[in-house]
Unconditional design. Structure first.
Length: 354
């Protein structure tokens, strides 16, 4: 297998003189050459071109005929050589041309209008249409940088994405877990895309089978899972701030009705004079009062309320604090079933008074 993409990992800054590119890519230089463009930036030195080279980068000095590269290591066997035009300029990968061709080769949908700016070490390549996931190409210099880039992309645009890198060299366990947390897939160009002489790109294997397992996972998790995660996080935050939590996932209908039936069986008053179960249920579960608050409203001790909460737990099969999450569902059932009909008018007194 060609080591061409591995050279990109070793040369992630992607900036150098043509002679530097030649030195890094060796025989593969011919395949990379047409993807380079001059930056207009000049340098002070040039690699030695003798084989084997001397010990220095030759210094570029102005001469009447143009710049020449002069050996400064005192090797004595290197002649100064002229460095003409483009060879004196820093060259870099023409990333926008490259990603357009890559988008085409991978069968992605190009960005309509200017591509979304990525800002970091990666370029937007195109959109993988089956799940509308953006595909980025990143040239990074190490493991830590790869993790940062994954995090940056995740924060920039929530939702699954594909991150292409030259190879998997920097895929540490941390990078894999960052990808997993982002619902993203990391793919290496090596073994997937071949860079041909003359600047062509060719797929070495079909893309779809590589994406299929990830796509299925994303579909199974689905947007619903993402939303549920967000709701859970919000509910947890609300609990932290002592507010009444709301539950994003309603109880299944039969469970809700069964619970409702159990609540109906709670004594609304009757034999118990202080803090009847139904009243405690309403204040604690539906209104979300703390035990002290319930005790105050019932005009009894907190100890009695704790005792009542224990009774509720036994009767309903769930801790009353847990049931708070279903308060709105309960109220809705109560409304639709039309239960407590006829008692509605006295509900206030039933709830708040003896
Ligand atoms: Zn030399
Ligand atoms: Zn030298």
């Amino acid at each position: 297998m060609s080591t061409l993409w591995a050279q990109f990992d070793a040369f992630a800054t992607g900036r150098g003189l043509l002679a530097d590119w030649e030195a890094v890519f060796g025989d593969d230089f011919e395949r990379v050459k047409c993807w380079l463009k001059p930056t207009g930036e000049r340098v002070e030195s040039h690699p030695c071109v003798r084989k084997p080279p001397c010990g220095c980068r030759h210094e570029l000095r102005a001469a009447r005929a143009g710049p020449v590269a002069v050996c400064v290591c005192g090797d004595g066997r290197c002649d100064a050589f002229p460095v003409e035009g483009a060879r004196a300029l820093i060259h870099e990968l023409d990333r926008s041309r490259f990603r357009r061709r890559l988008c085409d080769t991978l069968g992605l949908a190009p960005a309509g209008g200017p591509p979304p700016a990525s800002g970091g070490r990666s370029d937007f390549v195109g959109t993988y249409l089956p799940i509308q996931a953006p595909v980025y190409l990143a040239f990074v210099e190490g493991e830590a940088e790869l993790v940062c880039e994954i995090e940056r992309l995740r924060l920039q645009r929530p939702g699954p994405f594909v991150l292409l890198t030259p190879t998997r060299r920097f895929y540490s366990a941390e990078a894999e877990s960052a990808l997993g947390a982002a619902g993203a897939l990391g793919l290496a160009l090596t073994g997937l895309v071949e860079l041909e002489r003359g600047g062509g790109l060719r797929l070495s294997q079909p893309l779809e089978p590589l994406l299929a397992p990830w796509r299925a996972r994303v579909a199974a998790e689905g947007v619903g899972a993402v939303l549920r995660r967000i709701h859970h996080e919000l509910a947890a935050t609300r609990r932290e701030f002592g507010q009444r939590p709301s539950c994003p996932e309603p109880l299944p209908e039969p469970d809700a009705l069964r619970l409702f039936a159990l609540v109906r069986e709670l004594e609304p008053g009757g034999a118990v004079r202080k803090a009847p179960l139904l009243q405690v249920f309403r204040l604690y579960c539906l209104e979300g009062l703390a035990a002290e608050g319930v005790a105050r409203r019932c005009g009894c001790s907190k100890a009695l309320i704790i005792q009542r909460l224990g009774q509720l737990r036994r009767k309903l099969g769930r801790h009353p604090a847990e049931l708070r999450a279903f308060a709105s569902q309960f109220e809705a059932i109560e409304k639709s079933v039309g239960e407590f009909r006829g008692r509605r008018l006295s509900r206030q007194s039933m709830l708040y008074g003896d």
